[in-house]
Design a binder for this molecule. Structure first.
Ligand code: GLN
Length: 446
């Protein structure tokens, strides 16, 4: 079983914060019984799934890889976890992440770092690095991650697996520990596109517990898995193939484009003119929302509390300064600054306006194209420690993925080839609720 694999590899990869071996084996036995009794089972029944440790699991510690939540045991399940249980999937454990999902390498975890299974000297990407590494190393067949600015697609690219960031509102965020609520989405990590469609089927759909959950019924996404993609139109935004992208990565993407063209897809260069504002816009909006969302970790309501405080204010300060790591503190400071009276109009409000322009770029592009194509990340997996002292360099890892979250549209990363033995990901971006078209293209390409 998958735990034998975990026993052999986990020491080197360190994908998991918590393993739930006993519960998993018990559930697997129940599924076996159902099968033996001839009951009809769900396509995910008995399949080992890893869950990023920022999704609440009843009775199982949920840490966000933060010291401040290191002892937090939620009394309820996130909707996605509940749906996995209903499908009889088997959760094998909770995976490591950059603390509160802030980062691109999983090196901001408050506990330990995770290795890339293709080269353990390198990062798995982030922030869902644990989930990506677990699937790439065969420690789980499927995994869930969350993506606020690239945290599913970028680690999927760096670990050579499939990762889907759904349309904002397609998957319930209930029970996902909030980072930037207007950007966060949960999505699947899988080895291939068919699994991706099946896992997405299982987790998507309206949820009354999430006020931003999209109403209506979603289709069966396996229905889109056909090899016929003739006549579909793909735009390649010039801004995503320019400066800052490793030439070797561009070459791999160029070959992928030829492959798609050979399948009858029409490929044309296009432009998303506001692309260069995506990074500054994201790094105002995401920290602003984060600073508000993280205000709840005050030592009173959840998790860690400094016990040696003189009074309540001292307790808040000691709890937060010990409980949060450097990157989280940086974001709280950026966010509170951007939201403060006197700066709100100049920074936060301005960022919201630019966000609309970025969204309109996509609207315009989708009048002509069925999907857009780009590299997922500017380079293959980088060395551990290489970017930890330079936050801006780290932020640049997401230049191809951030705008997708700002626009709320779906994006998928697919393994497209290799550079020096390291996987390279190709990103396909779709119309709102156009996951079907993305999966169709992805399936034919794979
Ligand atoms: N790397 C980006 C950040 O640090 C995106 C993270 C994410 O998608 N959760 O904010």
């Amino acid at each position: 079983d998958v735990f034998q694999r975990i026993d052999r590899t986990e020491e080197r990869i360190k994908a998991f914060v918590t393993l739930t071996r006993e519960e998993a084996l018990a559930r697997a036995r129940e599924v076996d019984k159902k099968i033996a009794a001839g009951e009809e089972i769900h396509p995910l029944a008995g399949i080992p799934v890893a869950v990023k440790d920022n999704m609440c699991t009843r009775g199982v510690r949920t840490t966000c890889s933060s010291k401040i939540l290191s002892n937090f045991i939620p009394p309820y399940n996130a909707t996605v976890v509940e749906k996995l249980m209903q499908a009889d999937a088997v959760m094998v454990g909770k995976t490591n992440l950059d603390e509160f999902a802030m980062g691109s390498s999983t090196e901001n975890s408050g506990f330990f770092t995770t290795a890339n299974p293709w080269d353990t000297e390198r990062v798995p990407g982030g922030s869902s690095g644990g989930s990506a590494a677990a699937v790439a190393a065969g420690e789980a067949v499927l995994a869930l991650g969350s993506d606020t600015g690239g945290s599913i697609r970028q680690p999927a690219a760096l670990c050579g697996v499939v990762g889907l960031k759904p349309t904002y509102g397609a998957v319930s965020r209930y029970g996902l520990v909030a980072f930037a609520s207007s950007l966060d989405q949960i999505g699947p990590f899988t080895r291939d596109v068919e699994d991706c469609a099946r896992l997405f089927n299982a987790i998507c759909g309206h949820d009354p517990l999430d006020s931003t959950s999209a109403p209506g019924k979603q289709p069966d996404y396996t229905g889109f898995l056909t090899d016929d993609i003739k006549g579909l139109k793909i735009g390649v935004p010039a801004e995503y193939m320019g400066e800052g992208i490793d030439p070797a990565v561009k070459e791999v993407i160029g070959r992928a484009m030829k492959q798609l063209a050979a399948l009858g897809v029409e490929i044309e260069e296009t432009s998303l003119p506001h692309s260069r504002y995506a990074l500054p816009t994201y790094y105002l909006i995401a920290p602003a929302e984060a600073s508000s969302n993280l205000a709840r970790y005050d030592g009173v309501r959840y998790g860690y509390r400094a016990e040696d405080a003189a009074d309540v204010v001292d307790m808040f300060m000691k709890t937060r300064s010990r409980g949060f790591g450097t990157e989280v503190k940086r974001r709280i400071m950026l966010g509170t600054y951007a939201l403060s009276a006197g700066y709100y109009d100049a920074y936060y409000l301005k960022a919201l306006k630019v966000r609309t322009l970025i969204k309109q770029d996509f609207d315009r592009a989708f009048e002509r194209f069925d999907a857009l194509l780009s590299p997922t990340a500017p380079s293959p997996a980088f060395k551990r420690g290489e970017k930890t002292d330079d936050p801006l360099q780290m932020y640049m890892s997401d230049i191809c993925t951030l705008a997708v979250n700002l626009a709320g549209v779906p994006g998928i990363s697919l393994p497209a080839g290799f550079v020096d033995g390291l996987p390279v990901g190709m990103q396909l971006i779709g119309k709102p609720f156009g996951e079907g078209t993305l999966l169709r293209l992805a399936y034919a390409f794979e």
